[in-house]
Write a protein that binds this ligand. Structure first.
Ligand code: F6P
Length: 499
């Protein structure tokens, strides 16, 4: 979600003080576009970290926190260059942000080559193993870039953090940072948070041995490593044992820490929830109402809706979702003319050919289904490929069924957001491989995401569900989905960093 605004004050270096809290992530809370006249337009991002950190920023007693992130494109680089050390607070909604201008080739190799093509693939188990992965000399060059990129973050954090500060390092882009930072600043409290799943040991071992070990050692350099569900924490601990021979500590059967080379890294779980206050208010603004009317018009009167909203990542399983919908229409002609699959598949990581091909396949299949079943007044699949947050909220509101069927997912916030804003109750068809299934599985219809037949059956059952049961389930889903809203999720991680 991005709220565009034009900076009304020139970008200038803010006063610099070392911070007691530092957050580090690849993508920051603001991004810039460079206009032809040389001016910059800032767009602010949303998400759990932004809300969490903004809450600390608003606390008058709370000391300033700094967010360290990477410049992602030309606009960001320009802004980072003009800013000096930190960006102007007017652009960032008051947050202190340091944007790192890492050399474009180094950034591309680290982000596209390693983070998105290797680490993302291993944790989501995406390789077609007869042919891939192949770790060759090209990979080694990319790995060296990943090390350099992580080192740039560690250096910047070491510079920004006050004595004894708490540092929260985010995700698979920055796995080496905790270890590198400990070498530079042993006084800091360092936590790492994984927003993705963690691969099970047998799959993790596809990585070259030294790389597999280096990633684990990097994360274990922190005081604490945290995950979105218990399942991913267990997988991480199992990889530490199998790859490094580390010892795991358990309490009441649950893994709580990893001991390795004389140090203990505590493990934690924080299941990020939906931000109900924000979503409910945002979902009733005029721009959402407008889109709701347009969607209703497009769907046609009296038809049910199966809604999905995803960034088009390979792990989201949009193609199998469409195949399951086609199966539903083949098996149950009663739905012809009576249901529309609203599929929002927004672009993601388009620098990678495999993502572009996947997106093209989504479009091709949607057209095929429409050609096979569509009539003059019924379009079975309404596909949108351009990101539009208010339109997503409109679809959440009118969904009769939400299809969330990822191959694997750290959490999946769509599964949590739909029940919160649904107007009349919505049945959730949910992959058992999404982290969200741990919290929502009892009230959802859970599926094996590879099983097209089972997914089609679940869609059929979902469409048939009695409105009373649907509304009751939606209430319970919404309660579970909002158990740990972003502000509290963030605060819990910070609190847990202090032993
Ligand atoms: O959807 C959330 C997420 O999967 C996070 O794990 C990760 O930090 C982020 O996406 C990365 O996405 P991008 O490549 O678009 O920055």
């Amino acid at each position: 979600m991005v709220a565009e605004h034009t900076p009304d004050v020139p970008i200038a270096a803010a006063p610099i003080a070392a911070a007691p809290i530092v957050v580090a992530s690849n993508r920051g809370p603001v991004s810039y576009k460079l206009r032809e006249d040389g001016s910059l337009v800032a767009g602010r991002g949303g998400g759990g970290l932004v809300s969490g950190l903004s809450e600390i920023g608003r606390d008058p007693e709370g000391a300033a926190a700094v967010w360290v992130c990477a410049a992602l494109g030309a606009g960001d680089r320009e802004a980072a260059g003009r800013a000096g050390r930190r960006l102007a607070a007017a652009d960032t909604g008051g947050l202190q942000v340091r944007m790192l201008d890492i050399a474009p080739e180094t950034f591309a190799a680290a982000y596209n080559g390693v983070a998105n093509s290797v680490l993302w693939f291993v944790h989501h188990m995406l390789w077609q193993t007869p042919l891939e992965p192949s770790f060759d000399a090209g990979f080694r060059a990319e790995w060296a870039a990943y090390e350099a990129y992580n080192t740039a973050f560690a250096d910047a954090i070491a510079e920004e953090a006050a004595e004894g500060a708490s540092v929260l390092v985010q995700d698979y882009h920055l796995t080496l940072v905790p270890g590198l930072l400990r070498e530079r600043r042993p006084d800091l409290r360092i936590g790492h948070f994984s927003h993705t799943p963690w691969a099970p040991p047998d799959y993790y071992r596809l990585l070259p041995d030294d790389v597999a070990a280096q990633v684990l050692r990097g994360v274990l350099g922190g005081d604490r490593a945290a995950f979105l569900t218990r399942r991913w924490a267990e997988a991480f601990a199992a990889c530490c044992t199998s790859t490094l021979g580390a010892e795991t500590v358990r309490e009441d059967g649950v893994v709580t820490a990893v001991r390795f080379e004389g140090r203990t890294t505590r493990l934690g779980v924080h299941g990020l929830g939906a931000d109900a206050d924000f979503l409910r208010e945002r979902a009733h603004r005029p721009d959402v109402e407008e889109r709701l009317a347009a969607l209703r018009e497009r769907i046609g009167p009296g038809r049910r809706t199966i809604v999905r909203v995803d960034r088009t990542e390979l792990s989201k399983n949009i193609v199998r979702g469409l195949r399951a919908y086609r199966r539903l229409l083949q098996d149950h002609p009663q739905w012809h003319g009576r249901v529309v699959h609203i599929a929002f598949a927004y672009p993601s990581r388009q620098d990678l050919a495999v993502y572009r091909h996947y997106m093209a396949e989504v479009g091709r299949l949607a057209r095929e289904i429409n050609a096979e079943f569509g009539t003059d007044d019924w379009e079975p699949v309404a596909l949108h490929l351009e990101d539009d947050f208010p339109r997503s909220l409109a679809a959440y509101r009118l969904a009769d069924v939400a299809l969330v069927n990822p191959i694997r997912d750290g959490m999946n916030l769509v599964a949590k957001e739909v029940p919160v804003v649904s107007d009349h109750g919505c049945v959730l068809v949910l992959s058992r491989e999404a982290g969200a299934a741990a919290e929502l599985g009892d009230e959802a219809l859970t599926i094996n995401p590879y099983d097209i037949e089972a997914t089609a059956r679940a869609l059929h059952l979902a469409l048939l569900m009695d409105p009373g049961e649907r509304a009751e389930r939606t209430k319970r889903l919404a309660a579970a989905a909002t158990a740990l809203p972003p502000g509290r999720w963030f605060a819990a991680q910070l609190a847990a960093l202090v032993p």
